[in-house]
Design a protein around this ligand. Structure first.
Ligand SMILES: Cc1ncc(COP(=O)(O)O)c(C=O)c1O
Length: 455
């Protein structure tokens, strides 16, 4: 397309649109994405990029999967929409519920569908409150989550999100949302009230911060603990192995529901179908979105365990679970989800995500010798490289140096597009990504770091 036309389109964009995390200046050079092929994105200039984050972690099967296009088209041609309000249902949502009951955690067998991640988390908060009200504990309403957690940006989800830059212009936050420290292996600092010779591991201490918060708030006021099995947008923070089992014990000890935000980790990203399985525990509510439709249709949801399902089933009259969305159980979304699950299963893609993730992490580890690569981490096909000013002190670069942004510009010039958290470079391509593309991503990132920070 001639350059002038693209410039025109960008000026129309600036005149007519407000973008997520809107920054007007960023739109002056915005990519106008026009096509995707597998793990490749093509912009209006005809330039090709490796889709380093699979869209926003969601396009797990890559672009142009015919099975998904056909499933959507078949369903649209037959029944484009139907309500799922009480008294109505549709065949695709029934099939998806059955399928998820087989795939998901053992005690989670009932599902409510939403249109995305924040709606799923909102549904989980409300369901946790609802459950405790039906159980005769109406004061249990608070939700504890973690610093660096990302849970979406509707008002309550934003209040649970633990990345403070999302808050200031929208405060006050919803009352009853409390944050504790993240189990961030690279940066975790033992709190000063903990003795130097305390024999607990960092993972155990990080989990025990939950117990401290529950006791501080009062166990009779805490409804749930919300966490991503691996924190994603906060910088791919992989917790120590002993963290989650201890969190589950603490939740059980104080009658606090465990809400797993699996919007990124659900459906194979960590190498398992769901993110907490490898720790041998189950949540009470699982929140999902993104990968379930490979991003081809906006669909998310929650799954609840049998005791919560029983509470929802038995409530009537003024106690009814009065929660709903127009697009809950959308037949087209459910059809696309079923087709996505078919491909994930048939092609053993969670296993492939594990194998490709190992290759990516192994490749990124070769960058560790660089004087400004502070940490390389990952689980499954979600990896990060944290750049620091000083490796010995782990001191970050001054924000105004814009190191992350400069490295990102350098990677884009070489044909890799992804996202950052400050100076933490995040890579999470689609599960069908080729080995050669993984190797190229590592090479591009290495060259870009060298270009911006020297060798
Ligand atoms: C873990 C997690 N939870 C929730 C959300 C919010 O999802 P949405 O943007 O669909 O509301 C995201 C989005 O990135 C996410 O990564």
């Amino acid at each position: 397309m001639p350059q002038e036309t693209l410039a025109d389109e960008r000026s129309h964009d600036q005149a007519c649109l407000i973008h997520s995390l809107h920054q007007r200046a960023a739109q002056e050079h915005a990519h106008i994405w026009v096509e995707g092929r597998g793990s490749t994105l093509i912009d209006g200039d005809g330039k090709e990029f490796i889709d380093g984050l699979a869209g926003l972690w969601n396009v797990v099967l890559g672009h142009q999967r015919r099975e998904l296009v056909d499933a959507a088209s078949r369903q649209m041609a037959k029944l484009a929409y139907s309500t799922s309000y009480a008294g109505s249902t549709n065949r695709r949502s029934i099939e998806l519920g059955q399928r998820l009951a087989e795939l998901c955690y053992r005690d989670i067998n009932r599902f409510f569908f939403t249109s995305g991640g924040a709606e799923s988390n909102e549904s989980a908060f409300k369901t946790a409150r609802f459950y405790w009200k039906t159980a005769g504990s109406p004061d249990k309403y608070k939700i504890i989550s973690r610093v660096w957690g990302y849970h979406g940006v509707t008002l309550a989800a934003m209040s649970a999100t633990g990345i403070a830059s999302y808050w200031p212009m929208f405060e006050p936050r919803t009352p009853g949302f409390i944050h504790i420290e993240s189990p961030y292996p690279y940066r975790f600092q033992r709190p000063t009230h903990i003795a130097k010779d305390d024999p607990r591991t960092d993972g155990q201490i990080a989990a025990d911060l939950l117990e401290e918060a529950i006791l501080r708030e009062g166990p009779k006021t805490v409804a749930g603990f919300l966490g991503e099995p691996v924190q994603g947008a906060g910088g791919v923070i992989v917790p120590p192995d002993d963290y989650w089992p201890r969190v589950r014990e603490i939740c059980d000890r104080y009658d606090v529901l465990l809400l797993a935000d699996e919007v990124i980790t659900g459906f194979g990203r960590t190498g398992d179908w769901f993110g907490l399985s490898r720790y041998g525990i189950e949540p009470d509510i699982v929140c999902f979105a993104k990968g379930i439709t490979s991003g081809y249709f906006p669909l998310g949801g929650i799954g609840v365990n049998d005791k919560i399902a029983a509470a929802i089933d038995s409530a009537t009259g003024p106690q009814t679970w009065m929660h709903a969305f127009t697009y809950s159980g959308h037949p087209v979304g459910c059809a696309v989800a079923l087709a996505t699950l078919d491909v994930l299963e048939k092609e053993s893609l969670p296993q492939r995500a594990a194998a490709m993730g190992e290759r990516l992490l192994g490749g990124l580890r070769t960058l560790e010798s660089h004087p400004h690569v502070g940490d390389v981490r990952g689980q499954g096909l979600m990896c990060a490289v944290e750049l620091v000013a000083d490796k010995s002190t782990k001191a970050a670069f001054a924000a105004e140096k814009q190191i992350g942004a400069k490295v990102h510009a350098a990677t884009q010039a070489r044909g890799l597009f992804t996202r950052l958290r400050g100076d933490v470079f995040i890579l999470a391509p689609c599960f069908t990504v080729e080995e050669s593309t993984i190797d190229r991503m590592v090479q591009i990132l290495g060259e870009s770091i060298d270009e911006v920070l020297g060798t």
